[in-house]
Design a binder for this molecule. Structure first.
Ligand SMILES: [Zn+2]
Length: 430
């Protein structure tokens, strides 16, 4: 395996332990040898401040790679499959329903190529994997990551082997197999899959996007912060609400905002960070509720499988950010998650998966509890697509009216449906 050397155009410098500050060469490694703390990429912010402007970003590609100087790759030609620059939708109807004024949806349900935010982190991880000389890439996944790793590996011509829990939604399994990787369906939950993958990473010499490439991979999530700032007209929002699985996404949106402030691309502002978990897997929300500064692992049991991580790697950092930004962390039950999916679909025309349903349901809960001010500019992150988790809403969304191909059959059915609608309303009024 060849190790890529730093080019003069690279603005990232090293890997640094988040706990003790020890620095490492930017290779395929993710844990500090001294204190076992997680490693994070550091950058030359003075150089970034001198060379990057709003205009230079806007002249870049219409993808996450417009922010390339803030990402840990050397190459000028990263793997670009059109990932990122997803819509930031002004959600007026949902806002009105909830009783707030300035609500936006960052819609990664339509991210490319596999309809979740994971395409961001994988595009970065696989670009770096190629630079580090890997020919086989892998991941431990709750579903979306497997879709993304398999798809982008196929595009880049890398061999791919992914690991998923055996009980995943059919859409997520099919949406991985189609790209032709080796798929290992492990009899166990995500945390067990992850433990197995840590062993495989040590023996096979593969690039695991979320294990030995994790410091690079996780940096991809910063683009969810950059894009929102740019799409709001180079301003930061007042409040963001995002789902919490490992906690990484949450901490990287924060890092993205901080970096834009640091290099002068946006004005300094304190943004409140609120996190969403499913009650059946809510170790970070429980720690927040109990006022703890540590996270106790749990065994997941929820329909929100994509965020069902019982032992969240970045849980304590997410907790810290919610506290210091005067945000909040809440959990909702499975019925509320289904209602959240329906609410977003009916008000905004966006069909999200269970993670998005969790986030919308938590948004509603925070508004009702007075934890979001109605006038705050609030951005909600929708990270995945509902077509992948159809099981979650089956039985809760009505059925089509089957009719004969005749006008009178149609008219009878229409009359019947209107009567049913009236009955629905009467029930609501009672
Ligand atoms: Zn350390």
């Amino acid at each position: 395996m060849t190790q890529a050397t730093q080019s003069t155009t690279a603005t990232f410098k090293a890997l640094k332990c988040k706990e003790c500050g020890t620095e490492y060469e930017p290779k395929a490694t993710h844990v500090c040898e001294f204190c076992f703390g997680p490693l994070e990429v550091t950058y030359d912010y003075d150089a970034l401040r001198r060379t990057v402007t709003r205009e230079s970003i806007q002249k870049g590609p219409n993808s996450i790679w417009r922010y390339r100087p803030f990402l840990p790759v050397v190459t000028e030609t990263p793997i670009d499959v059109g990932t990122g620059m997803t819509p930031l939708v002004k959600a007026n109807r949902l806002a009105r329903r909830l009783g707030i004024k300035n609500l936006y949806i960052k819609n990664d349900a339509v991210n490319m190529p596999t309809l979740s935010f994971k395409d961001r982190v994988v595009s970065v991880a696989l670009t770096r994997a190629q630079e580090l000389g890997f020919t086989t890439v892998s991941c431990a996944s709750t579903g979306n990551l497997a879709n993304s790793t398999a798809a982008i590996a196929a595009h880049a011509g890398l061999d791919c082997c992914v690991f998923i829990p055996a009980d995943l939604e059919a859409g997520k399994v099919l949406g991985t197999l189609i790209y032709g990787p080796t798929v290992m369906a492990v009899q166990g939950n995500y945390d067990q899959v992850n433990r197995l993958c840590c062993e495989v990473a040590n023996t096979q010499g593969w690039g695991f996007v979320n294990i030995n490439l994790r410091p690079y991979y996780s940096e991809g999530s910063k683009t969810l912060g950059y894009e929102v700032a740019e799409q709001l007209g180079w301003q930061l929002p007042d409040h963001i609400v995002a789902p919490l699985a490992s906690g990484s996404l949450f901490t990287k949106i924060y890092k993205g905002f901080q970096e834009f402030i640091k290099v002068g691309l946006v004005d300094e502002k304190s943004v409140r960070f609120s996190g969403a978990q499913a009650e059946g897997c809510s170790p970070i929300a429980q720690a927040y509720r109990d006022g703890r500064d540590f996270v106790t692992p749990v065994k997941p049991n929820t329909i929100a499988k994509s965020i069902a991580i019982g032992n969240p790697a970045d849980g304590v950092y997410a907790l810290e950010i919610a506290k210091k930004t005067n945000g909040s962390i809440e959990s909702v039950n499975d019925a509320e998650i289904v209602d959240g999916i329906k609410l977003l679909a009916e008000t905004e025309g966006i069909f999200t998966e269970t993670a998005g349903g969790t986030t919308v349901a938590v948004l509603k809960k925070l508004v009702e509890a007075g934890k979001i001010d109605p006038s705050e500019t609030t951005v909600v992150y929708i990270t995945g697509n509902g077509l992948k988790t159809q099981e979650a809403v089956q039985g809760y969304i009505g059925e089509p009216l089957t009719i004969e191909a005749k006008l009178d059959s149609f008219e009878r059915a229409l009359e019947r449906s209107r009567t049913l609608e009236r009955l629905d309303w009467q029930q609501v009024l009672v």
